[in-house]
Design a protein around this ligand. Structure first.
Ligand code: E8X
Length: 607
């Protein structure tokens, strides 16, 4: 699905601002809120999560349906154009009514959905949009919630006996099987956008290198009923350079273009050079940025443009005060600026796809992204085989929509199908499940990027699936959740495990390691929770990574402190941030800056 842009043939009208809002107390459907809201509805800002916008438990900890309403007028001069209503993301399951009639429903809180409403409205006349969203998480949702005591972890729900999950509580209490606050609502932009009646539906770009030349395979999907054939001269493409000069071009729905002596897209601080593919079809025009870069795994190396890349960076969250998980482009700019400051080159979109604006920014700023689905919490506490949960087809549909949305971004260099599933207690089921998805993702991606999932700390000798991914991504907490505070033993455990991975002859990276750290808490001896401990933890463990040639990256957990469910393990959220939630550096940030500024993007390991 193309990102909505404005140009000479297209307009975008964002519906940001105050919307009417009301938590469903059970009367929404009998009172038909879709035909008009009760008088006591309050106002909330969109796009943003609803949870922290008002001082009320019922906002903060609501479970179930909540409703939004907005009346507005699509300008009369949009007449004659095709008109779409697009939601960039609503968490989690949602239904949309237009003037009281259902027009679409969508499952999942992190990907866009839209509807062609041309025939349903008269431009110039006021319309009413009603949106319901449900934030319930359970065995049918991604991210997953707990049912019947299947908790894997997730602050104090971990291993809680079934008593807390008794039937009468379910439906009232949300029990996430994941460690981030379940922020809900209309978290990203809602827009009305136009195209000409016949329009460009999709553009796919696959770059390749041929010596010094860039070779660009493109395909264009158009709205016309009959599929455009590849000689359709109505479709024109042009490659523009940064200055806007035409470099090459062609006609037809599919084709290959050659850019002589191409400038490559390379991660910051090298040159993340972007070209633009300008597509015209009839009255419509769409321009998509792209980079000439290749990604490939070879032996124990992760190659970008044929050169062995070393990942330095973080797992992150979309999370901030007041707006919760709402899109915050100012914060995105700040975060990328902090990544540059600290000498990082990458992050993982733990644990869900981020807003598209972030990927577009990373394309331009040269930050490398591991793009993750919301498949977090697929684990049954070691008791239940989570692969019996009814989730696989839904998981596949998310992979399809994710790849379709993000396929052209040069910043996206690997797909992560999920985070920390159970791979140890039910190894065969895990293998069958993840391998089907692994093959499926490879088939989906026109650029055929590496595919992986992120493995939880486990008995890696029993896990038979992590070792078969393109890249082994491990989350490890030696020295924190176990061997707590004992860095000598943590180093021993790391080395024992790294010996194991060395034999697998795979590229291996750490996608999470870290320790909760209270900013301002100091000690002369580095003990848990102090800033000194966090700095020491990274200093000592990183020194071990440097001894291993097959080890191709380090991503700390986490970039910044973030909100979680309340619980005995969490004092005002997860405090493993290298930055605080307001983006101040903890002591470890200065250590990492010193380290990472000396580690080049390419050729760090001489394997
Ligand atoms: C943590 C992280 C959590 O925030 C993240 O979302 C997933 C967790 C650790 C798993 N990984 O708790 O800070 C802990 C497994 C224990 C051995």
């Amino acid at each position: 699905m193309l990102y909505p842009i404005e140009n000479k043939s297209r307009a975008v009208m964002k519906l940001d601002g105050l919307w009417k809002f009301k938590i469903d107390d059970g009367s929404a459907s009998s009172e038909h809120w879709e035909t008009g809201f009760p008088d006591d509805a309050e106002e909330l800002y969109v796009p943003a999560s609803y949870n922290d916008q008002r001082e009320d438990q019922k906002y903060r900890n609501h479970t179930g349906e909540a409703y939004y309403e907005k009346t507005f007028t699509v300008p009369g001069f949009f007449k004659g154009q095709r008109i779409f209503l697009r939601f960039d993301a609503v968490a989690h399951d949602s239904t949309v009514w237009l003037n009281g009639t259902v027009i679409m429903s969508h499952r999942g809180g992190f990907l866009p959905f839209e509807k062609d409403i041309t025939g349903l409205i008269t431009p110039g006349e006021e319309i009413r949009i009603t949106v319901s969203c449900n934030n319930r998480v359970d065995h049918h949702t991604l991210p997953m919630g707990n049912e019947d005591g299947t908790a894997f972890f997730g602050s104090d729900n971990a291993q809680v006996p079934a008593v807390q999950m008794a039937k009468e509580h379910r439906g009232i209490v949300n029990l996430p099987n994941f460690d981030f606050f379940n922020y809900a609502g209309i978290n990203r932009h809602v827009s009305v956008y136009t195209t000409p009646m016949e329009y460009i539906k999709d553009v796919t770009i696959v770059p390749e290198l041929d010596g010094k030349d860039g070779v660009v395979h493109y395909s264009v999907e158009i709205s016309s009923k009959e599929k455009a054939n590849c000689h359709d001269s109505n479709i024109k493409v042009e490659v523009l350079d940064r200055g806007g000069s035409v470099v090459t071009g062609g006609t037809g729905a599919e084709g290959t273009l050659r850019i002589e002596n191409a400038r490559l897209w390379n991660p910051w601080p090298e040159d993340p050079y972007l070209y633009r593919l300008k597509v015209t079809f009839g009255d419509d025009e769409y321009t998509e940025e792209f980079g000439i870069r290749t990604v490939e795994v070879s032996g124990t190396k992760f190659l970008i443009n044929g050169k062995p890349f070393y990942f330095k960076g973080f797992g992150k969250h979309e999370d901030f005060y007041i707006s919760g998980r709402g899109i915050n482009e100012g914060l995105n700019v700040k975060d990328i600026s902090l990544l540059h400051w600290i000498g990082a080159n990458s992050f993982r979109t733990s644990h869900y796809p981020y807003a598209e604006e972030m990927y577009r920014l990373c394309d331009r700023e040269g930050i490398v992204i591991i793009d993750e689905t919301p498949a977090v919490g697929i684990a049954g506490g070691g008791v239940v085989d989570p692969y019996t949960f009814p989730i696989k087809d839904y998981h596949k549909s998310i992979l399809r929509d994710l790849v379709e949305r993000d396929k052209n971004h040069p910043s996206v260099i690997m797909w992560s199908m999920g985070n920390e599933p159970d791979t140890e207690n039910f190894p065969e089921s895990a293998y069958d499940y993840w391998h089907e998805l692994y093959e499926y993702t490879h088939e989906l991606d026109p650029q055929n990027r590496p595919v992986t999932f992120v493995c939880c700390q486990n008995d890696y000798t029993r896990d038979i699936v992590t070792r078969t991914m393109d890249v082994v991504c491990i989350n490890r907490y030696y020295g924190w959740y176990n061997l707590s505070g004992d860095l000598d033993s943590a180093i021993y455990a790391w080395n024992k495990e790294l010996d194991f991975w060395e034999e697998q002859q795979k590229p291996v990276m750490v996608t999470e390691y870290g320790c909760d750290t209270l900013p301002g808490l100091h000690g002369t001896v580095a003990e848990m929770w102090t800033e000194e401990f966090q700095a020491e933890y990274y200093r000592r463990i990183d020194a071990e990574f440097d001894k291993r040639d097959f080890f191709m990256g380090e991503q700390c957990w986490a970039f910044a402190d973030f909100g979680t469910i309340q619980g005995v393990y969490r004092a005002d959220g997860n405090r493993k941030g290298v930055f605080t939630r307001e983006r101040r550096p903890k002591m470890a940030a200065h250590f990492l800056k010193g380290r990472w500024e000396k580690i080049p993007n390419f050729g760090y390991k001489n394997n």
